[in-house]
Design a protein around this ligand. Structure first.
Ligand code: TTP
Length: 242
């Protein structure tokens, strides 16, 4: 198997929107290839802004964002898009069949590949239970599917594109325990063989992360494993009230 890639590094990153104030202030963060790291923090801490920089939706005012050691500003758009799979909170589904939505970005995928990706993402069972299975047409915003189902479709889509790095903005919507467990298994499948940076809203996601970065006021306030951060009794412990 080829070596896992997709390492991310932010070096001394300062960032703000338009002529607004700094939102990130001297941020340093490293996600080694193959690991899954979670970013947590209260609302407005700068989590989405951090993801925007990795995806190059924005560029920093100061400092660098590196993907596999190369400044993302020096990577071509094709290389960047090919290397990164982005699953946003608001999963984008178009008016078409479930199959076509899964194969988005991989129109060459065979039915076997599509179904295998859906199985790994814990989506196969609910898809086959739909009236027309994989041929069921979903609405523009995927209204026929629940939030948890849409997120698993997006994870299957990411598996199919096989990016080195998965950037995930986890949905905040509340789901039942069964769906939560399915999403967790899906996430485990997607992150097993690649690098992942997840803005996490679920305790189950951060518990499984190799490292957790706690943002506060645009800086890394704490970092460590779940147990270490609970032990420290700081911001993280307060976020989950553990
Ligand atoms: P975010 O980066 O959105 O902070 P967050 O992701 O931690 O918050 P949430 O959990 O609620 O999603 O915002 C950080 C600051 O940047 C905040 O003061 C709002 C500001 N901001 C803008 O001015 N323009 C933007 O487009 C975004 C995304 C944020």
């Amino acid at each position: 198997a080829p070596p896992v890639r997709g390492s991310v590094e932010l070096r001394g990153v300062r960032f703000g929107y338009a002529d607004g104030p700094d939102v990130l202030r001297g941020l340093d963060l490293v996600v080694p290839a193959g690991q899954t790291h979670a970013v947590v923090g209260s609302t407005g801490a700068g989590k989405s802004s951090l993801l925007r920089l990795v995806l190059r939706f924005s560029d920093p005012r100061e400092g660098q964002v590196l993907l596999d050691g190369t400044d993302v500003r020096e990577l071509g758009w094709d290389a960047l898009r090919g290397a990164i799979g982005y699953v946003s909170q608001d999963v984008f589904l178009f008016h078409g069949t479930v199959r076509d939505n899964l194969a988005y970005g991989r129109v060459d995928a065979t039915d076997e590949q599509v179904q295998e990706a859906a199985r790994q993402a814990e989506a196969h069972a609910f898809i086959t239970a739909l009236p027309q299975g994989y041929d069921t047409v979903v609405g523009e915003r995927g209204q026929t599917l629940s939030g948890g189902q849409r997120q698993r479709i997006a994870l299957a889509r990411a598996i199919l594109r096989d990016p080195a790095l998965l950037v995930l903005d986890e949905a905040t919507s509340a789901v039942d325990t069964e769906t939560e467990a399915a999403i967790q298994r899906s996430l485990a499948a997607v992150t097993a063989s690649r690098t992942a940076l997840v803005v996490a809203h679920r305790l189950s996601t951060v518990r499984d992360a190799d490292r957790i970065w706690v943002l506060a006021d645009g800086r890394v306030a704490e970092a460590g494993s779940h147990d270490e951060l609970v032990e420290a009794g700081g911001i993280y412990a307060g976020l989950w009230a553990v």
